[in-house]
Design a protein around this ligand. Structure first.
Ligand code: SF4
Length: 449
């Protein structure tokens, strides 16, 4: 059983812990190797401000230990907003008639990816609705076209659950991480929120990550849509989901996303279970301590100030400059999946990451050198990944400065590189890094550790 609803409910009914007991949990969590489901439940139940402050601090420390100061930046690329599902909270749902639907052709997807590359992005997440007219072959043709005709280094895919054979074909196209969010792990709520379409099938969706890993994907991304049900239940279930993947395949979820329900055209009038900013911070911190190897991904659903705060308590990936309608980067207006709350450009997001004391990164190395799956989980938990992340962030920033940054930003990011170099403690890596920086200055690109 992937999710034991009864066990999760029982833990949330019984795991409340005293301040002293929570301190001991945080002590254990500080090692950076994860904590039990019971400990995670106790942290999710914590409410008093001193305990929350201690939780946030510990999560920030573990983040730095595992991934160093780097914060990975990426952009989503919406391929199609045609959808035959009836998800009550989503702007793409089939009942939302009379609005601009669009599916990019592979040529248009290449154009959008090219626009993102011109901005400086090196990784992209393709997102698509569920419609038989824009099926697996369509997604694969877009993935292949982007690889063949642009310099995009890695293409991740967020697509509806499919059978194992289809996932195998998707993997063979070169897709990096496969993402599909469960939305809510609470089955009765799931069934209420998904009244029609293929997505009605809770189990088929829940088992998608097992099928993806059986099909040859090594990295998968999971996440609850926060606000559909009690966040404590969904956060604990997402952790249980990742633990299941680790027990079965030796690799935790590669990423855990934390989308919080936002108004969408033809969506819900109100959020069924409000999740406050403090709740969201707690969720991020508990994910960081429970699954230290996972990237915790924050989208532009959240506003700039909160996104900055979340960096200090465990978030490791930010989307930036996002458009959530197909063709959005080419200034096409159309149906958005959700309204964004952070419209800043990539340089503006980079500048704020720097202001917060972190290192913006456009790195894509691990997927391309096979540091994935079990090896990725092992290396992150053992503390080996931090040195790669730090060095690769510096290399990608150097490329960005030369190829994309405008005056003002060049100086800011050059100073960031100088600061970042001070944190590279291994002398052999430092020497090699300095040599690679010189190669980039001389015109070489895409070099990494
Ligand atoms: S070294 Fe690996 S984990 Fe670190 S930023 Fe690059 S791709 Fe991500």
């Amino acid at each position: 059983m992937i999710i034991d609803e009864k066990q999760i409910k029982e833990l949330l009914d019984t795991a409340a812990a005293s301040k002293e007991a929570v301190s001991m949990i945080l002590e254990r969590a500080g090692i950076g190797r994860g904590i039990s489901l019971e400990d995670a439940a106790a942290l999710l139940l914590a409410e008093d401000s001193d305990t929350l402050e201690a939780l946030f601090r510990k999560a920030g420390e573990v983040k730095d230990k595992v991934f160093g100061k780097r914060v990975v930046l990426f952009a989503p690329l919406y391929l199609s907003n045609y959808c035959t599902n009836g998800c009550l909270y989503c702007g793409f749902r089939s009942a939302n008639k009379g609005v601009g639907r669009k599916a990019l052709t592979p040529d248009e997807a290449v154009f959008e990816a090219g626009t993102l590359l011109e901005m400086g992005f090196k990784r992209v997440l393709l997102v698509t609705g569920e419609d038989p007219r824009f099926d697996l072959d369509y997604i694969i043709s877009c993935v292949k076209a982007i690889y063949a005709r642009t310099g995009m280094r890695i293409v991740h895919v967020n697509a509806p659950p499919m059978d194992t054979g289809s996932l195998r074909k998707l993997k063979a196209s070169g897709a990096g991480v496969y993402q599909a969010f469960q939305e809510t792990y609470h089955k009765p709520t799931y069934e209420k929120m998904h009244p029609s379409g293929k997505k009605k099938d809770y189990d088929f969706r829940l088992e998608a990550m097992d099928r993806a890993l059986e099909a040859g994907f090594e990295d998968v991304g999971i996440g609850p849509l926060l606000g559909l049900y009690d966040y404590r239940f969904d956060a604990l279930a997402a952790i249980a989901h990742s633990k299941h993947l680790f027990e079965r395949f030796g690799a935790h979820a590669h990423t855990i996303s934390i989308p919080r329900l936002r108004p969408a055209e033809a969506g819900l009038d109100e959020v069924p279970f409000q999740v406050s900013d403090t709740d969201l911070k707690k969720i991020v911190a508990v994910f960081r301590l429970s699954v230290p190897s996972a990237g915790v991904v924050v989208s532009t659903r959240e506003g700039a100030p909160l996104r900055s705060e979340l960096l200090h308590i465990g978030a490791t990936q930010l989307s930036a400059a996002s458009r959530t309608n197909p063709g959005g980067y080419s200034h096409e207006k159309g149906l958005e999946q959700f309204s964004t709350n952070d419209q800043r450009s990539l340089p503006e997001v980079m500048a704020s990451v720097v202001t917060e004391g972190y290192l913006p990164s456009l790195c894509t190395t691990c997927y391309r050198v096979g540091r994935v799956g079990q090896e990725f989980t092992r290396k992150t938990i053992s503390g080996e990944m931090e040195k790669f992340c730090q060095a690769n962030a510096i290399l990608t920033l150097k490329e960005y400065i030369i190829d994309h940054a405008l005056n003002g930003m060049k100086e800011v990011l050059s100073g960031t590189i100088e600061e970042g170099l001070k944190d590279v403690r291994d002398p052999s890596i430092k020497n090699s890094l300095l040599a690679k920086l010189k190669e980039i200055e001389e015109g070489k690109r895409d070099i990494f550790f």
